[in-house]
Design a protein around this ligand. Structure first.
Ligand SMILES: Cc1ncc(COP(=O)(O)O)c(C=O)c1O
Length: 402
């Protein structure tokens, strides 16, 4: 047998499970099945028209050439102003990096900093890509559990206990994918107090869901809550979720110049610049009118409330009401051990997700993918009618278990 062409480090990682389930649901749909996909992590709204038009105008102006590898001066300036205006954070233009989506920016951080065996603290449940990015760079993910009875938030004492001399980063995501949990000022301060005591630990603040919070929740970010952490925090954000621009692929971050420069260097030797057209559109997204956001928030909040209410009517499911993002992360502990009409015993949350997909054509993502079980994730970034139908089917699927 010929030796594998693949690098040894690839054996450590797996394809994004959320994408795999979205693809499976699409496959079933293409084969004629009536499938409702609740697995994708993107808003269902169109990119605002003024933003889309800014992209078209950039093409017409001939802005279709390479830009600086880590972003145009115009977009960096818009990001500087955004951080100042919305987060009270002061960054210079050379403290900003622009990548092809938030994921790309996050990827560049461990790529630029991790040595073999460095530890990265990841609160669980977590966004699926964090552990794999860390593993790919030779790092070691260290998970700290934020359980359902803690509102899916980690406790300061558990964070403190997880820090070792080898800890290089904590990746902190609020509002969270997959739970929607968001830390308020006091909750975040309790964690930053711990981090202040450990000056060797850097913080990657993934704020991508910043604008999607409900019931008047006030978003705060790490370096804003604790200025003492500013010099070792990478504040990352992007236009994908807030402006419904997932396909445009623009993310950004602000941080210390050495780190930002190193991340830009990696980008200059890999992807080069993110799309010039998308960068022009993102300038308009950040600088232009923000009046569509409250409307989107209202729509998401109504959907969230309906989904939480209906899921709690399903026998064996309990669902908390999250503060933000567009996900709920119900527990399906009450379904484990039950038997389906076809005689299969549901042993874990992967079985539950497969059962919902096969019996009722509802695609959700099993909690196993996010590191906290038994749960599943529903993305409610789809129409109320579709969500209602999906929840009705889940209630029915639960009711026929024995
Ligand atoms: C927590 C979190 N961070 C980052 C990203 C990356 O977003 P982007 O589409 O801009 O790469 C996502 C997207 O799903 C996410 O959920």
């Amino acid at each position: 047998m010929p030796a594998s062409i693949l690098a040894r480090r690839l054996s450590q990682i797996k394809p994004s499970p959320t994408m795999a389930i979205t693809a499976l649901a699409a496959e079933l749909k293409a084969a004629g099945r009536d499938v409702i996909g609740l697995a994708a992590g993107e808003p269902d709204f169109d990119t605002p028209e003024n933003v889309a038009n800014a992209g078209i105008a950039a093409i017409k102006r001939g802005e279709t050439k390479y830009t600086a590898a880590d972003g145009t001066p115009a977009l960096k300036k818009a990001v500087v102003e955004k951080f100042k205006r919305e987060n009270g954070l002061t960054y210079a233009v050379n403290q900003i990096t622009i990548g092809a989506g938030g994921k790309h920016v996050i990827y560049n951080a461990p790529a630029a900093t991790l040595n073999e065996g460095d530890e990265v603290i990841i609160p669980a449940p977590y966004w699926v890509s964090y552990p794999d990015m860390v593993l790919l760079m030779g790092g070691k993910p260290v998970f700290v559990a934020g359980t359902q009875n803690q509102g899916f938030k980690i406790r300061p004492e558990d964070l403190e206990a997880a820090i070792t001399p080898k800890t290089k980063w904590i990746i902190f995501n609020s509002p969270s994918n997959p739970t929607g949990a968001a830390y308020n000022q006091a909750e975040l301060k309790a964690l930053t107090d711990v981090l202040v005591r450990h000056p060797h630990v850097w913080i990657l603040a993934d704020d991508i869901y910043e604008h999607l919070t409900y019931d008047g929740f006030k978003f705060v970010t790490v370096a804003q809550v604790e200025p003492k952490l500013y010099d070792r925090t990478l504040t990352m954000n992007g236009v994908s979720k807030a402006y419904s621009m997932t396909g445009w692929r623009i993310g950004y971050a602000g941080g210390p110049t050495d780190l930002i420069k190193a991340m830009g260097m990696i980008q200059s030797q890999s992807t080069s610049n993110p799309s010039s057209i998308s960068q022009a559109a993102s300038v308009e997204a950040l600088n232009g009118p923000q009046d569509f956001l409250p409307k989107w928030r209202d729509a998401f909040q109504q959907r969230r409330d309906m989904v939480v209410k209906m899921l709690n009517e399903a026998s064996g499911i309990t669902c908390a009401t999250p503060e933000g993002a567009f996900y709920v992360y119900p527990s399906c502990a009450g379904l484990i051990g039950k038997t389906t009409p076809k005689g299969k015993v549901l042993a874990n949350d992967s079985d539950v997700a497969t059962y919902f997909l096969e019996s009722e054509g509802v695609a959700v993502v099993q909690g196993e993918a996010f590191g906290l079980s038994p749960n599943f994730r529903i993305s409610y970034a789809t129409s109320t009618e579709v969500l209602k139908e999906a929840c009705t089917r889940i209630i029915r699927a639960c009711s026929v278990l024995k």
